[in-house]
Each structure stands twice: as C-alpha cells, then as structure tokens.
Design a protein around this ligand. Structure first.
Ligand code: HEC
Length: 131
C-alpha cells in the first residue's frame, strides 16, 4: 500500500474548497448576518441608554454595512424590500444623530430601527405561513 497522496486528489479537494468559498462569498449566509445584526443591536441598547455616542455611531455603521448584505433574501416581496429599506434608513439616521450627539434623535432612530426588525420578521413569518 502506498503512503503517497495523489496530486489529483489534492487538486480535487482544493477545487471543492475554492468553489465552496466562492459560493458562500456570493450568497452570504443570512442566518449568520442576522446573528451579527443581533449582536450590534444588543450593544446598541447599552450605548443608547448611556449616551455613548461614539459606540452608537460605530454599531449603527456596522448595521448599515450589514443592511447592504442582507438585501439578498429568499423573500422578494414589495413589503420585504420596504422593511429592508426602512431598516437601512433608520440605521443611517441613527449613525448621523449619534455623530451629531443628539440623544433625542438617537432614541427616535433607535426605536424606528428596532421596529423595522420586528416588522420585517413579522412579515417573514406571515409569508412563510402563506398569509
Ligand atoms: C428586511 C427584513 C429584516 C430585517 C429589517 C431584519 N431581519 Fe432578521 N431576519 C430576516 C430574515 C429573512 C431572517 C431569516 C428567517 C429564517 O430563515 O427563518 C432573519 C433572521 C434573524 C435572526 C435569526 C438568525 C438565525 O438563523 O439564527 C436573528 C437573530 C435576526 N434576524 C435578528 C435581527 C435583528 C436584531 C434585526 C434588527 C437590528 C433584524 N434581524 C432585522 C429579515 C430581517
């Protein structure tokens, strides 16, 4: 029995790995992106409450970045796209208000953003059930 690893096999394995990597880069895992969203949203609660504008601006910027990635979805209803754009607008205004150090503006944008999370999820669940 030979102990040598055949180059053809190594090539095949590398090809599969490359294809998987390219595939997932083109179509980001929505669950992963959403868990990242949740992480930033959780950090935000504390930052908003404590008036930590620097942290709010940073987390909001991350959410804006993620909102670009999560426009891809298995669901392309007009309502879904509407929720996605509401989320994005609210996250952008959250970042702006935090940079302007306006705590009232920050609170309002934070609530609007959180509301869009809840409303989009409600819509997704309804669409799944065929409503
Ligand atoms: C435009 C629509 C939309 C918005 C806005 C949105 N989500 Fe989601 N979210 C989804 C979809 C679609 C899924 C996938 C549902 C599924 O596959 O079951 C999801 C799934 C999730 C999950 C479960 C991930 C997993 O698989 O474990 C979490 C957590 C989550 N979202 C958090 C958030 C948070 C926090 C926000 C707001 C900061 C948010 N989402 C905003 C559409 C949205």
């Amino acid at each position: 029995m030979t102990q040598r690893i055949r180059p053809a096999w190594v090539g095949a394995v590398l090809l599969v790995l490359a294809a998987t990597t390219i595939g997932s880069a083109q179509r980001p895992n929505l669950g992963e992106l959403m868990r990242e969203k949740l992480m930033h949203a959780e950090t935000l609660v504390g930052a908003v409450v404590l008036g930590n504008h620097g942290q709010v601006a940073q987390s909001a910027a991350e959410l804006v970045r993620l909102s670009e990635a999560t426009t891809w979805s298995p669901l392309q209803t007009p309502q879904y796209l509407n929720h996605a754009s509401q989320f994005r607008v609210a996250a952008e205004s959250l970042e702006d208000e935090a940079r302007a150090r306006d705590i009232d503006g920050v609170s309002l944008a934070y609530m609007e953003m959180t509301l869009s999370c809840v409303q989009c999820h409600k819509h997704v669940r309804g669409a799944r059930l065929g409503n």
